[in-house]
Ligand binder design. Structure first.
Ligand code: PGA
Length: 242
């Protein structure tokens, strides 16, 4: 199976840098398995190229007086394919909880977006040996209300909070074990065997070859390294079969 690469560009790059970035990626990236998630205001510039587009955040309602928000149907009508939901930065800085995240996931999938649900434990939770408990809660609270067809449009990204932007990364063995655990939780909760699991957290052009040895991971969610066009192109070339 071809892996997928999701570039989470977060709140980075100004318009000049975006123009330069686009020149490079449009000349070098040609794959349905690559998803660029730029800051929302730049999304239209990324459309209609030879890759997919994702929005970094989406609201749980479809229209109305919600100043500053973007709805799933608006995103889908623009031609956006994916939505990142539940990123740890949204949970931490914007106080998003499992209930809001579940509502966002439901509404996004109902409006034909594919959802990349981000989950992961903090360093404190890891040290207290709470990783599996936390992941289970984050998964079950969201998928409880999803039917089979909806699960076909869900991808789970395992991003340990302590690995994001830190240069720290779990061993391949640990990632394999957690991925198996996530698949088991989805299967036990919903009888669904085919969930795709991505890994995210300090993935870069140097460690990608080692990470590509992982058998039960369907791809990677990349933050910091995705803002440098040379680095993300290198990662894509090392990961996606031509
Ligand atoms: P990072 O971020 O690659 O910079 O660690 C990953 C993410 O937050 O999705």
């Amino acid at each position: 199976m071809n892996k997928i690469i999701v570039a989470n560009m977060k709140m980075n790059l100004n318009i000049e840098e975006i123009s330069n970035y686009l020149k490079k990626i449009n000349a070098n990236v040609n794959s349905e398995n690559v998803v660029f998630c730029p800051t929302s205001i730049y999304l239209p510039y990324f459309l209609k190229n030879n890759y997919k587009i994702g929005i970094q955040n989406i609201y749980s309602k479809n229209s109305g007086a919600y100043t500053g928000e973007v709805s799933p149907s608006q995103a889908a009508s623009l031609g956006i394919h994916y939505a990142l939901i539940g990123h740890s930065e949204r949970r931490l800085y914007f106080k998003e909880d499992d209930i809001l995240i579940k509502d966002k996931v439901l509404e996004a999938i109902k409006n034909n977006l594919k959802v990349i649900l981000c989950i992961g434990e903090t360093l404190e939770e890891k040290n207290l040996l709470k990783t599996t408990k936390v992941l289970k809660r984050q998964i079950v609270n969201v998928i409880r209300e999803l039917d089979r067809e909806m699960l076909d449009n869900l991808i789970i990204a395992y991003e340990p909070v302590w690995a994001i932007g830190s240069g720290l990364i779990p061993t391949n063995d640990d990632i394999e074990k957690i991925s198996e655990y996530i698949k088991m939780v989805v299967n036990d909760t919903k009888g669904y065997l085919d969930i795709d699991v991505l890994y995210g957290g300090s993935v870069n052009e140097k460690n990608i070859d080692e990470l590509n040895k992982l058998k039960n991971i369907s791809g990677f969610l990349i933050g910091g390294a995705s803002n440098d066009p040379e680095k993300i192109i290198d990662i894509i070339n090392k990961t996606i079969d031509k």
